[in-house]
Ligand binder design. Structure first.
Ligand code: AP5
Ligand code: MG
Ligand code: ZN
Length: 213
């Protein structure tokens, strides 16, 4: 299965992608996670990306296109892939088509998770992360012990771009630069929109129903 999980910041792309990757046994490729891992390791790429990410701006297209090209060439993508957070601009989408043509792996579906802005702000403001990759919400998906990861016992933290100013900027950038991709993939006939406002398991069940069709 070759899938793009699409949607605004806070729609639940990462949350659903983790569950889908386990269910369908395909790799979850999150460009945000790749950039944050680079930042933790202090690579040149990570340091360059940080100034854009903290402000809620997009990292330049050529950087992301290079990352995706390399990642899709890795052997685990033979069985398919689930992209999360890429593409985010028309040039990124055009580049993806070119890369997938070269490796003869056409995109099958772009799954658009639809959630209204007021709900996105609440989800992002209450999100807490763990360095192991687990993610929580203080109200909608709380850990068993306040501030502690259920999976690894690590201390939870808030993403730098989950502060008010950066959240507002990310939503604006989404509307201006990313939302046009809905029309782009609609014209290609591969866009499917799911209602992302139910709870995590309800949305997961809807997505699986849709993909199994
Ligand atoms: P990225 O990490 O991709 O962030 P994003 O797109 O802003 O999306 P989020 O990860 O914030 O939201 P999500 O949809 O994954 O929601 P989640 O599942 O966590 O990108 C970060 C930055 O990196 C960008 O701003 C940019 O600078 C750079 N970047 C990355 N890719 C790039 C690209 N291609 N080009 C250029 N720059 C790029 O859920 C959110 C919260 O809601 C959680 O707390 C969760 O528990 C909760 N939640 C989830 N589902 C539900 C539900 N159904 N009900 C209630 N709560 C829920
Ligand atoms: Mg995410
Ligand atoms: Zn953890």
């Amino acid at each position: 299965m070759n899938i793009v999980l699409f949607g605004p910041p806070g729609a639940g792309k990462g949350t659903q992608a983790k569950k889908l990757a386990g269910h369908y046994k395909i790799p979850h490729i999150s460009t945000g996670d790749i950039l944050r891992a680079n930042l933790r390791e202090g690579t040149e790429l990570g340091l360059a990306a940080k100034e854009y990410m903290d402000k809620g701006e997009l990292v330049p297209d050529e950087v992301l296109i290079g990352i995706i090209k390399n990642r899709l060439a890795e052997p685990d993508c033979q069985v398919g892939f689930l992209l999360d957070g890429y593409p985010r601009t028309i040039p990124q989408a055009d580049a993806l088509s070119g890369i997938l043509d070269e490796i003869s792996k056409p995109l099958e579906v772009v799954l658009n998770i639809d959630v209204p802005d007021n709900e996105l702000v609440i989800r992002l403001g209450g999100r807490r992360m763990c360095s192991c990759g687990a993610s929580y919400h203080i109200k909608f998906n709380p850990p068993e012990m306040d501030g502690i990861c259920d999976t690894c016992g690590g201390t939870l933290y808030q993403r730098d771009d989950d502060k008010d100013d950066a959240i507002r900027q990310r939503l604006k950038v989404y509307q201006e630069q990313t939302q046009p991709l809905i029309d782009y993939y609609n014209r290609m006939g591969i866009l499917v929109t799911v209602d992302g406002t139910g709870d995590i398991d309800e949305v997961f069940a809807d997505i699986c129903d849709m993909l199994d069709k």
